[in-house]
Design a protein around this ligand. Structure first.
Ligand SMILES: [Zn+2]
Length: 247
């Protein structure tokens, strides 16, 4: 039992130490963003379960199976057990995803009825008056896609379809939750190597994944033109356009 526990701990440490190196340095993640996102999730699951399972097996080794925590010997053992379970529950609560205030504001904008709306493949697309170029996806039953007139004025129809397809892909892929979980883990355990790398990497990978989904629906060319028109100066846009042109 001790050997299995130690082996689990070693596996967890190796995965938590090596996953961020591999997943931030390997160029394949740019071409296979969905695989990379799954690999990040797998690393988190293996890391967390490995640590909990490994420590449990080491602590319980040699204990009688009918009372492994020795609660019958001393009530303080029971208290320790409750504290340990409470610590795990506190961690889970700390990691839970909370929607931001800006999400409520965007939801309000989508449903206020002020913005002209249409339904595209079952998703509400609303357009608000604003000079700057804006496109965002708000998840949830009352969510949808919000665009600004500053963006719609700059884009041709096929480019606009590409932007809507990109934002809809964020909704279908539950990308907001993927990023929120990664950012929540970063806030909860910032000292774990790779927690920050995972949050940063996830934010970029979901953009690539949404681009791939949108390119399959409306074509990479229209999406590349839309990205260039909407956000011409950012480094991320340059990488996104280069990826789309390689397709
Ligand atoms: Zn996006």
């Amino acid at each position: 039992m001790v050997i299995t526990g130690v082996a689990l701990l070693v596996v967890a440490i190796v995965v938590v130490a090596l996953a961020p190196r591999g997943l931030t340095r390997w160029a394949w993640t740019i071409d296979r963003p969905r695989t990379a996102l799954v690999a990040w999730s797998a690393a988190v699951v293996v890391g967390v379960l490995g640590f909990i399972g490994g420590i449990t097996l080491v602590v319980l080794s040699g204990r009688p199976s009918d009372d492994p925590f020795g609660v019958a010997d001393s009530p303080t053992h029971g208290v320790h057990l409750v504290v340990a379970v409470a610590a795990v529950v506190a961690f889970v609560i700390a990691v839970r995803v909370r929607p931001g205030a800006e999400h409520a504001a965007v939801r309000e904008a989508i449903h206020s009825g002020v913005a002209p709306r249409r339904l595209v493949d079952g998703t509400i697309v609303a357009v608000v008056e604003a000079d700057h170029a804006l496109a965002c996806a708000v998840p949830g039953r009352s969510g949808g896609v919000l665009l600004s007139t500053g963006l719609t004025a700059r884009l041709d129809e096929d480019e606009l379809d590409a932007v809507v397809a990109h934002e809809s892909a964020h909704l279908r892929g539950r990308h907001a939750s993927v990023v929120a979980v990664a950012e929540s883990i970063e806030r909860t355990v910032p000292w774990v190597p790779g927690a920050r790398a995972m949050a940063r990497s996830s934010r970029v990978l979901v953009e690539f994944a949404a681009d791939d989904a949108a390119a399959r629906r409306v074509g990479a060319d229209a999406l590349a033109r839309a990205v260039r028109a909407a956000d011409p100066d950012s480094a991320l846009s340059a990488v996104r356009i280069a990826r789309l042109q390689r397709r």
